[in-house]
Design a protein around this ligand. Sequence first.
Ligand SMILES: O=C(O)C(=O)C[C@H](O)[C@H](O)COP(=O)(O)O
Length: 219
Amino acid sequence: MSTHEDLQQLVDSGVIAVLRGVEREDVVDVADALIEGGVTTLEVTADTPGAIDSIGDLADRYEDRDDVLVGAGTVLDAETARAALLAGAEFVVSPSTHEDVIETCNRYGAVVAPGVATPTEAVEAYQAGADVLKLFPASDLGPSYLSSVKGPLGQVPIVPTGGVGPDNAGEFIEAGAVAVGAGGSLIDDEAIAAGEFEALTENAEELVAAVEDAKQSAE
Ligand SMILES: O=C(O)C(=O)C[C@H](O)[C@H](O)COP(=O)(O)O
């Protein structure tokens, strides 16, 4: 798929699941459970040991699923971005803005979502070639902050991430977010350790419902 189609799919999916600290041996079960709950955009963070292998596992597993997007998160340098892309990542997320990461993703035609927290950072990242911006840490900034940023920067697609869950996701969508990113509200380490992956499916269903309700009422 083209960068544009991947971006559209990411936006349409409404939720990016952030898989941080999920062991490679669990990553497929976690991903399957989230997908069953309707979360089809999956970001494996690069600070997790074995992350590049996990990205490869997921890219292989969902190779024939056009509705699933696999990406890399917490990408802080071009080397990590390139390794993730070669393993099959279709998008790259960072908590901060790194021009070398943006350049690498642009070069290989992958969606890139750098992290920003201010209007100046947003404009600089967008000008540098970002496709979508991750507003981080979103829950500390809040939906009204996003709404204020979107005032003059309505053209910039923003995905708030950090502390986002079913209780506040709808408010962020109503404030102008194109989708939300969520880790802690989806990933339950105790449930994973116990092999109770259906808990993750339930978390995914709850978050997707909150986002879809808000998208519908915003239309
Ligand atoms: O470093 C990154 O690229 C990140 O994605 C930072 C955070 O891990 C996410 O913002 C998820 O935050 P929670 O939903 O609060 O768990």
